[in-house]
Each structure stands twice: as structure tokens, then as C-alpha cells.
Design a protein around this ligand. Structure first.
Ligand code: HSE
Length: 395
């Protein structure tokens, strides 16, 4: 493709960020022809004639040869992306929720129509995780991908731990700075990290796992006692998404707060930054660090996908066609920190063994081994109870 004519959906933080990045690089080979927005009356920073509120002005325009989808609404995004791909028009998307729920079908559609869908901006903003997993880590040596994939929750945790800020105030700041989702529940309850993990896993191990089947627990119930406990032990609480190989053709994955010791790379990942640790046989650990949210960082990642289309790049999903077919398992156990208030809340958790226990009138916790499958079964109930859980260090 020598010249790209873009139809852009969405002009929020990332859509506007992309236009600013395009103006900065003064790229001649890619021009935005039309921008489809929901609210046509809102004042915009670009000439009025660029905007439309009719999707057909982009989807039915034969001169547009790349659709860039950066809208907030996952359902609307899905329809735009599907229609463009069905029409044979390549798409760049940043919508992690839409991708996490529809990637299996969208991969099939790409293969059936021979058309590309790129989405490096959907996971970790400016950090090129997806393309690296797809191209560089294309072998059997990969052991795990673990990291902080959500800037807002990490920003909130940093403000609480380093500046003693109240949770609500830190969340408001993350919203004002444009990191948080329009519904910040997605950030703080771990769903945003989970959606990114589902996408990453497709490129790490070649297998799609539906997000509803996975354990997710966020940071909204982190309390003053948990913070004091972490400080006393010299650890930090981070919201960690992880996919880990178990045996020759199995992996497990989940999103949980984790008590992180000082010797871990992600211990020092602060504020809205993301950090991803890729571990493999023969090469040990590699660490990728950078801005995972915000208009310019994410806009620059979208630009990278646009540039990739100039070279007709597409994901080949090589691991989906590889000799080893990996599948997800929750048949594994790990050490869990549980802070609870009532004995019936503790009884909900089927610990295999307990290694540490403390109780006073106001603060009670246990640390012990628990099976992931048992936690997955009770995940809705855990969300309803007055408890905080975190993966504990292995010692
Ligand atoms: N709300 C997301 C975050 C934006 O905080 O990381 C980037 O995906």
C-alpha cells in the first residue's frame, strides 16, 4: 500500500492523540479523510468538514483504504470492524474489550477475506507487546508473560502507597488525566487488564480464552490494613495480569493484585506506566516498560500500526497453526493472601493449607495455598464479600 486514506472512528483521548501524532510526524503517505463521531455538535480541534456522525460516510467510501477504530463503545466498535473487514477494508483498532470478546471470530473473518486487522494499541499503549510476541517470541521457549497492563490502577496504587492519597481522590486524578476508562470499574476491578491479557495470550500461546471464564479481582477493596501489611513486609501491591505455561501444552492465566517483592522488575513500575516481563527458556527474563495510557503514547502505537499497513503487514497468528496446540487450565494452586472480616467469608475459601494467620478485632488475614479452579468457581461470590485477595510471594 503506497498511500493510506484513513476513515477514523472516534475522536476521544486516543483518536485526537492519533491526529496530533500524525500532525507531528507530517506523514505524507497517510491522511485522515473523515472522522466519525457520536456527537456532531461538540466543538472539535480540527476543521468541521472532517467530521461526520454517519458511519456510512466512511464505510461506503471506496477511496478509504484503512479504517481506524478508536471508539469507546465495544458493541458499536465490533459492528464497525466487522463491516469494514467484510468489505475487504483493513482495520486498525484499539478496542480491547471488543477484541477480547470477538477476537476468535475476527481472526476467522481476516482469514476468510484475506484482510488485516491490527491492534497493537489495544494492549499496553506505546509498548509493542503484541507484535513482539507475534514475531520475535515465535517459538516454544516462551514460559510466561506477566505484568502491569493497566495504567489507571497502577497510578492509583502509586498515589496511595507513595503519597498516602485517598483511593477516591487518586481515581478522580486518573480520570482527569485521561488514563481511566469512561467506566473506571473496568480499570479498578481488573477487567481492562484481563481484556489485554486475553489478546496477549492469543499472540503468546496461540489460544483464545473467553474473558468470562477467567479469574479477575481488582484493587477497589484494598484497605488501610492491607497497605500497612504490605509496608511492614517491604512489598508493594500491584495489579498483575499473567499467563504462565504449565507443562508441554497447557497454560494458566488470571488477573489479581499481587504482593510484589523488591527484587521484581515490576516493583518499580509506578504511576500510569505499564511493565511487562517476558520469561523464556534459554534467555531468562526480559522487561518492557513504558506508557500504557494517554493520547500521545497510545496514538503513537496506532501510528505504528498504520505505518505497518504501508508495508502490508498483518498478523499471521503463526502459533495458532503451530505443532503444539496450547490450552488453558485452572488446575493449579498458588499462595493467596486473604483479608476478611467474618468467619463465614473465610469459610468460602477452600484453602489446601494455611501457612500464616493473624487475627485481631479489626484485622484478620490468612495466607495459604488455594487452587485456581476453586477460586474461579466462587469468583462472583468473592466480588460480593467484604474481602481483599492478592497473590502472595512464594516463600
Ligand atoms: N484505561 C486504560 C489504562 C487505558 O488505564 O491503562 C489504556 O488502555
Amino acid at each position: 500500500m503506497s498511500k493510506i486514506t484513513i476513515g477514523l472512528f472516534g475522536f476521544g483521548v486516543v483518536g485526537e492523540g492519533l491526529c496530533n501524532v500524525l500532525a507531528k510526524v507530517q506523514m505524507k503517505e497517510a491522511v485522515v479523510k473523515k472522522i466519525c463521531i457520536r456527537d456532531g455538535r461538540k466543538p472539535r480541534s480540527l476543521p468541521r468538514e472532517l467530521f461526520t456522525d454517519r458511519p456510512g460516510d466512511i464505510l461506503d467510501d471506496p477511496s478509504i483504504n484503512l479504517v481506524v477504530e478508536l471508539i469507546d463503545d465495544a458493541e458499536a466498535a465490533y459492528h464497525v470492524v466487522r463491516r469494514a473487514l467484510e468489505n475487504g477494508v483493513p482495520v486498525v483498532s484499539g478496542n480491547k474489550k471488543m477484541l477480547a470478546y470477538h477476537l476468535e471470530e475476527l481472526i476467522a473473518l481476516q482469514e476468510a477475506r484475506g484482510v488485516a486487522l491490527l491492534y497493537d494499541a489495544s494492549a499496553c499503549g506505546s509498548i509493542p507487546v503484541i507484535r513482539n510476541l507475534e514475531e520475535y517470541y515465535d517459538n516454544d521457549l516462551l514460559i510466561s508473560v506477566k505484568g502491569i497492563l493497566n495504567g489507571s490502577s497502577n497510578f492509583i496504587l502509586s498515589k496511595i502507597f507513595n503519597e498516602n492519597m485517598e483511593y477516591g481522590e487518586a481515581l478522580r486524578m486518573a480520570q482527569e488525566l485521561g488514563f481511566a476508562e469512561s467506566d473506571p470499574t473496568f480499570d479498578v476491578e481488573g477487567y481492562d487488564s484481563l481484556f489485554k491479557l486475553v489478546i496477549i495470550t492469543v499472540h503468546a500461546f496461540g489460544t483464545y480464552v473467553h474473558p468470562d471464564d477467567l479469574l479477575t479481582f481488582g484493587i477497589s477493596k484494598l484497605g488501610a490494613d492491607d497497605i500497612r501489611y504490605a509496608r511492614e513486609k517491604g512489598v508493594r501491591v500491584k495489579l498483575v495480569a499473567q499467563v504462565v505455561k504449565l507443562g508441554p501444552d497447557k497454560f494458566t492465566m488470571f488477573v489479581l493484585p499481587q504482593l510484589i517483592t523488591r527484587d521484581k522488575y515490576i516493583y518499580s513500575v509506578e504511576d500510569e506506566f505499564n511493565g511487562v516481563v517476558i520469561k523464556g527458556e534459554c534467555y531468562g527474563k526480559q522487561f518492557m516498560f513504558g506508557k500504557g495510557a494517554g493520547g500521545y503514547p497510545t496514538g503513537s502505537s496506532v501510528l505504528s500500526d498504520i505505518t505497518a499497513r504501508l508495508h502490508d503487514y498483518r498478523y499471521e497468528y503463526k502459533k495458532r497453526h503451530g505443532a503444539t496446540r496450547f490450552s488453558y487450565t485452572d488446575d493449579c494452586s498458588f499462595r493467596l493472601y486473604l483479608r476478611y472480616a467474618r468467619e463465614e467469608d473465610l469459610a468460602l475459601f477452600p484453602f489446601e493449607s494455611i501457612t500464616e494467620r493473624y487475627w485481631s478485632d479489626n484485622y484478620k488475614y490468612v495466607i495459604g495455598h488455594v487452587r485456581l479452579a476453586d477460586l474461579v468457581k466462587i469468583k462472583e461470590e468473592i466480588a460480593r464479600r467484604d474481602v481483599f485477595i492478592a497473590a502472595a510471594p512464594l516463600n
